[in-house]
Write a protein that binds this ligand. Structure first.
Ligand code: SAH
Length: 251
């Protein structure tokens, strides 16, 4: 039997949790067996994502498939399916599963798209996008994280996800246009180069705001017109770069 859907939208991504909580998080042993991790992953999708009204079956299937525990530090593997962002090193986080699903669903991918992600982090969001699109380019500004994400994605077989190292606020002009762009860190506004690199009917999801107040924006392009819809409050690590914050403003 499926659990009833929740009426609220959960808000969060960074280190501080807000909003109503779900029931007790699944508690796995440090050396959890593969079948326990798989069961926890299915429960994560049902309880944290489907119940929060994400119903795109392709997104749910990708979230059931990608082994999130392979993307977090070894000492946090048993917590990979909890309703939380988790640290991935260098003060950065892997986003809470719900926000990964919500941002991905907003892009309405059909499998033919070329997608750009800004903020590869550990590579998890890139892997989810890789299941749903033709090709994914993901940019990470921290060389160590970029190298680890690249190695991990290759080892796990995500051959259509390519990690680039650099300032993602500049996009990748040489590979543009992109059918969809997902920005996984929050800046003061949607970076202008990314708007330019969106295809004529492209979509971008980007968290916009400062350390305390951020909103997830969906920007849909129709030719020269950009229409912005505010989806929900959120909380991300800072987008640092030429078209983001100029330095680390909040940490
Ligand atoms: N999507 C990631 C989580 C992202 S955390 C995952 O699935 O794990 C945000 C990431 O954005 C961090 O790794 C941070 O280093 C990176 N970042 C911040 N500003 C950036 C920029 N201008 N270009 C590329 N990466 C950036």
């Amino acid at each position: 039997m499926r659990l009833p859907r929740l009426k609220f939208k959960f808000m969060d991504d960074g280190n501080v949790l807000r909003g109503p909580r779900l029931g007790a998080a699944p508690c796995l042993a440090m050396n959890a067996a593969p079948e326990d991790l798989a069961a926890a992953r299915l429960a994560m999708v049902d309880e944290q994502i489907w119940r929060r009204n994400i119903s795109d079956e392709n997104v749910l299937a990708a979230m059931r498939q990608v082994p999130r525990h392979e993307f977090v530090p070894a000492e946090l593997r048993n917590r990979a399916y909890e309703d939380l962002p988790l640290p991935i090193g260098e003060g950065q986080t892997i986003s809470q599963p719900y926000i990964v699903a919500a941002m991905t669903a907003a892009l309405r991918l059909r499998g033919t798209e070329k997608v750009l992600e800004i903020g590869a982090g550990c590579g998890y969001q890139g892997a989810i996008l890789g299941c749903l699109a033709r090709e994914v380019c993901t940019i990470e500004c921290r060389p160590e994280l970029a190298a680890q994400a690249s190695e991990r994605l290759a080892r796990l077989g995500y051959v259509n996800v390519h990690v680039h190292c650099g300032d993602g606020t500049l996009g990748l002009a040489e590979l543009a246009p992109f059918d969809a762009i997902l920005v996984a860190a929050a800046g003061p506004s949607a970076p202008a180069p990314l708007m330019d690199q969106l295809s004529a009917d492209g979509r971008m999801v980007v968290p916009v705001g400062d350390t305390e107040n951020q909103e997830l924006h969906l920007i849909e392009r129709v030719g020269g017109i950009f229409r912005t819809t505010i989806l929900e409050p959120c909380r991300f690590v800072p987008l640092v770069g030429a078209h983001g914050w100029k330095d680390f403003p909040f940490r």
